[in-house]
Design a protein around this ligand. Structure first.
Ligand code: KG4
Ligand code: ZN
Length: 358
């Protein structure tokens, strides 16, 4: 069990009031089945996760049909596990939140089916949550939590975006990748270096043993007059480096270190640029690449030197999880979001979400 959300003055004022509600969160948008129970007065009660990474590894990427079938197998046992760990029963659930999108349609449908079926049987509301809103709000589960407004760097396997966050649902897109997401670049480069799938953590581990700067990779769009990113050229540059006649297997760690540094350089430059443009004094990093320790260390140092605070989710809540969905669902529920009809939204722009005015 994790510590409850703190209730110090740094917690935004939207934090739910005295009514104790237990929200079950279900995440099935891609290759992780995540379930969690969030209590609006006590904080996160329990969470459980099953990663399908091993299952997809043989294929070098996520196989959507296999992902859906595995979510079906896992979602009920994980729900039981979470209820037991929380000391709750199914009757304690006040509402069910699930990832409505974006993501793989078949995988999303598993969570939607489970959530709607359970909510129907219990006679409680069901709330469809935007996956990226879950990521974006996940630092609010940590202590201390950032107050609004802040600039968020969302760096996952599918997205790389800078957003100005004024409140729940008040999201202004400042810039995004024009091609590959940062996590996708990590995964593809890891594959090139023979590190398997998913490659981000493996590449980061290899990079930690290497020396950046021995190879020189580009920093795409680092000087462009906007807040957009481009990462697809980087993997091509890595490929070219591995094909050079002098490249040996012993050079892989140095190349990995240079790749990681190149991505981190660009992410830091653009994120600080976004803070400058919006006069932000708080930054938030969310999404799987937010687990990268080089990024965390270097961004914190660079931001702090400019008087800017940086907030991160706990490492285990950077990648997909049920806790962020339960939490975002709780925020939406306490803001009066009406229960939704059955459905999923495989494509769903974050900026179209409604703003909560509580
Ligand atoms: O947020 P997430 O779990 O899933 C999406 O919504 O996409 O992010 C997964 C991505 C993958 O591309 C993975 O390689 C990357 O996050 N990732 C990392 C690290 N841990 C996960 N990338 C770099 N360094 C890490 N330590
Ligand atoms: Zn995600």
């Amino acid at each position: 069990m994790r510590p409850p959300l703190n209730t110090s003055s740094t917690v935004p004022t939207f934090y739910p009031g005295p009514i104790a509600l237990q929200i079950l969160g279900i995440e099935t948008s891609c290759d992780e089945t995540g379930v969690a129970l969030f209590d609006t007065t006590r904080g996160l009660l329990a969470d459980a996760l099953h990663s399908q990474a091993v299952m997809h590894a043989d294929y070098g990427g996520v196989v959507p049909e296999l992902a859906s079938r595995d979510h079906i197998r896992r979602v009920l046992p994980l729900t039981r596990q979470v209820l037991t760990a929380a000391g709750s029963t199914i009757r304690d659930i006040s509402a069910v939140a699930y990832t409505e999108g974006p993501g793989l349609a078949g995988a999303l449908l598993v969570g939607a089916g489970m959530a709607h079926g359970l909510a129907f049987a219990l006679g409680v509301p069901v709330i469809g949550v935007h996956h990226l809103e879950g990521h974006l709000l996940s630092p609010l589960l940590a202590t201390p939590a950032p107050a609004f407004p802040f600039v968020a760097l969302l760096v996952s396997g599918g997205h790389t975006q800078l957003m100005r966050v004024g409140g729940i649902g008040d999201y202004e897109l400042l810039g995004e990748t024009v091609d590959d997401a940062a996590g996708e670049a990590f995964d593809k480069t890891a594959k090139l270096l023979g590190l398997g799938y998913p490659g981000g953590p493996a590449l980061a581990a290899l990079a930690a043993t290497g020396t950046p700067g021995r190879f020189r990779l580009p920093r795409p769009m680092i000087g462009s007059d906007d807040l957009d990113f481009s990462f697809s050229g980087l993997k091509t540059a890595v490929l070219m480096a591995t094909r050079s006649r002098t490249f040996s297997p012993g050079d892989r760690a140095d190349l990995a270190a240079e790749f990681e540094n190149a991505v981190v350089d660009v992410l830091i430059a653009k994120t600080l640029g976004a803070a400058r443009r919006t006069n932000a004094t708080r930054l938030v990093v969310a999404g799987g690449v937010g687990a990268n320790r080089t990024l965390r260390q270097r961004l914190t140092d660079a931001a702090n030197a400019r008087g800017i605070e940086v907030f991160y989710p706990a490492i285990e809540f950077c990648t997909d999880n049920g806790a962020m969905i339960a939490f975002a669902g709780a925020m939406r529920l306490s803001g009066g979001k009406p229960p939704g009809a059955f459905g999923v939204r495989p494509r769903w722009p974050l900026a179209t979400l409604e703003t909560l005015t509580t």
